[in-house]
Design a protein around this ligand. Structure first.
Ligand code: C2E
Ligand code: MG
Ligand code: MG
Length: 625
């Protein structure tokens, strides 16, 4: 091996012992003293040779703690395998002019045993020096070698202990980290369900011991989080969760706990409260804080929270029960319009169970034909003539009566049943329209059907629609499909290509509930749709010059610039109609014209109110079941 690479290895090894510049240690000093005693020398040292210096771990007979490496005897000694001896430095041409020899130190004699690592690298020496020329007896030379080995053993020991300590620390650190990951949510860093359950257990135990100390569980769910996530992307969604978590945490006292259960669900454990009102006050404070805008990248995102509150009672046997009740209360809060809180009461439990039954029932409902379509007229506002019907699903539930889509479509969307239900709606709407065309002898009537985003992801959607149309002798122009802004953006690529396919086939696409999503203007012009349906929340509040009117004006301008239709939803009053007419809105629907009608009522509407739909012969109309 080349000298330079040996030296590099030697230094690397030396540093592994982590001995340089450490404080004196008793067992090293003992060995130095011992060697000085045995060799009868006034000066002794344990020296370590660093890159440029010689540093002493232990020394007797002098003060300096390090020297320049180049001039030292030890620098020669480390090149030897055995003890290196200079009986008289003045007589030795290598050292005769050395500053230790001719300078104040007046050294004449040197003997150094290299400190050899197990793989034969010399870290330094154990050395003795004297002011006079002299010799060592064979025993003294032996002793010097043996004690040098002892120094090395101590160094090894020290290194092993050091390594051991490092390993233990590393393990402790890993364990701590592991424990942290097991108990914390990786996105927000907040405690997770596991840790929450532990704290709830403790809180329950404490509550049982001294039941004056109430605690409360707040179950939080961000409203419309899915919309933010789908339309602005998961990056922004994640940021919203992180910032929301920080804001929530800032609303709490230090011994309260905020945990994230996953998704947009958080739970707060309020310890040591005096009364229910304390929890309500905190819930309100949280809602106020969360309703302030979040600045995320270039977006200003607004959100709100639905909060369910459950208060500790002696009946709770385990954490899961109180968590479940807070969750149920949260659902109630959400159902009563977002940004609300609700306090749990046992009556809610029963209705939550009902919802579960509902889910089970849904499976059998299609076969039992419990679904019905209602039809709401869409009219030309100027002339009040009929443009078509919107088909709206209802569920004639055997025990709960007529259910509106809001009560079961969200459940059906979650469990995937919305797909078969949706196919049923398409085929039923086509069947009904086909019959009306035939019996009114008029094929101008159209029907629009609402589709959920899940349906757009079905590869056979276009095919099934074609089959339904041809089965009932309809053209593509008779069917309109309504899709919400959110589902358009959710899986933009797939959905857009399905839409392109349908439009190429001649089916018009309406964008439903327009204005409630987060479409950015840059994205809008690419939207492959034929009409905007202006969400009823904007129409309901219309009065000349107010905020809603400005919004509707903008949407109408947008529609006009894209050359597409605009249909106002939810027109209830003549005043709203007036404003819309003034804004040149072409189409609309709403209770002012008609509620959604069942088949019979829709036929009455066609017959009595729409002149050109008058029946050719009432008797020829078949009875339908
Ligand atoms: P949408 O498509 O926006 O339907 C309009 C909703 O507004 C209907 O509620 C309708 O009854 C209601 N509405 C109509 N005029 C007025 C009015 O003047 N004032 C007020 N306040 N409301 C009015 P509905 O029937 O409860 O349907 C709710 C939503 O359920 C629909 O909103 C649609 O998104 C969804 N939906 C309905 N049928 C289906 C379906 O077959 N499939 C799918 N996937 N979703 C459906
Ligand atoms: Mg609709
Ligand atoms: Mg709508």
């Amino acid at each position: 091996m080349e000298l330079t690479s040996i030296e590099a290895k030697r230094l690397q090894m030396l540093y592994q012992y982590q001995i340089l510049d450490t404080l004196p240690e008793q067992h090293f000093d003992d060995l130095t003293r011992l060697v000085a005693y045995i060799c009868e020398a006034p000066i002794a040292a344990i020296s370590l040779i660093d890159a440029k210096r010689q540093w002493y771990k232990s020394k007797i007979g002098f003060d300096s703690c390090q020297e320049d490496r180049g001039s030292t005897f030890c620098n020669h000694a480390i090149l030897q395998k055995d003890v290196f001896i200079i009986p008289d430095a003045l007589e030795d041409p290598r050292f005769a002019t050395n500053s230790f020899v001719v300078g104040n130190a007046q050294i004449r004699f040197y003997a150094g045993a290299p400190l050899l690592t197990p793989n034969g690298l010399a870290l330094g020496t154990l050395c003795i020096l004297d002011h006079r020329p002299r010799h060592l007896s064979a025993e003294q030379v032996d002793a010097l070698g043996v004690i040098a080995k002892q120094v090395m053993t101590q160094l090894e020991l020290r290194r092993n202990i050091f390594e051991l300590k490092k390993n233990v620390e590393k393990r402790q650190h890993t364990e701590k980290e592991l424990l942290y990951h097991v108990c914390h949510d990786s996105l927000t860093g907040m405690p997770n369900r596991t840790l929450l359950i532990e704290h709830l257990k403790e809180a329950l135990a404490q509550f049982r011991q001294q039941d004056q100390t109430l605690f409360a569980v707040l179950f939080l769910d961000l409203d419309r989080f899915k919309i933010v996530n789908d339309s602005l992307g998961h990056g922004i969604g994640d940021k919203l969760l992180i910032h929301a978590a920080l804001r929530l945490k800032a609303c709490l006292r230090s011994n309260d706990m905020l945990a994230r259960l996953g998704g947009d669900e958080f739970v707060i454990l309020l310890k040591d409260i005096k009364k229910l009102e304390d929890a309500i006050e905190i819930a309100s404070r949280i809602q106020r804080e969360i309703s302030l805008p979040f600045k995320l990248d270039n977006f200003e995102v607004f959100t709100s929270l639905s909060i369910g509150i459950a208060l500790s009672t002696p009946e709770y046997r385990n954490p899961e029960e109180i968590l479940r009740d807070a969750d149920t209360a949260m659902y109630r809060a959400k159902a009563s319009g977002k940004a609300q809180y609700a306090v749990f009461n046992p009556e809610m439990y029963h209705s939550a169970v009902t919802l579960l039954h509902l889910e089970n029932d849904l499976r059998r409902t299609i076969e039992r034909q419990e679904f019905q379509l209602y039809y709401q007229p869409i009219v030309c506002l100027e002339s009040s003539s009929l443009l078509g019907f919107e088909a709206l699903i209802r569920w004639q539930h055997p025990t709960q009566g007529l259910l509106s889509p809001g009560e079961f479509i969200p459940v059906a969307e979650e469990n995937g049943w919305v797909v078969p239900i949706g196919y049923w709606v398409i085929s039923e709407a086509c069947r009904q329209l086909g019959l009306w065309h035939q019996y009114y002898n008029n094929n101008r009537l159209t029907i629009s059907v609402n589709l959920s985003s899940k349906q757009f992801l079905q590869p056979d959607l276009a095919h099934k629609i074609r089959v339904a149309l041809s089965e009932h002798h309809l053209s593509p122009c008779h069917l309109k499909l309504e899709i919400t802004e959110t589902s358009l953006i959710a899986d933009a690529e797939v959905v857009s290509s399905v839409i392109a396919q349908l439009r190429a086939f001649g089916i018009e696409i309406y964008m439903d509930d327009f204005g409630t999503g987060y479409s950015s203007l840059s994205y809008l012009h690419q939207l492959p749709v034929d009409a905007f349906k202006i969400d009823k929340s904007f129409v309901l509040g219309l009065s000349p010059g107010n905020e809603n009117t400005k919004l509707v004006t903008t949407i109408l301008t947008l529609a006009r610039s894209f050359g597409i239709k605009a249909i106002a939803e939810g027109i209830e009053t003549p005043q709203q109609l007036d404003v819309l007419l003034n804004l040149n809105c072409q189409y609309g629907q709403g209770y002012l014209f008609s509620q959604p009608l069942n088949r019979e009522a829709a036929e009455m509407f066609l017959t009595t109110l729409v002149p050109h739909f008058t029946l050719t012969s009432l008797d020829s109309f078949p009875s339908q079941t």
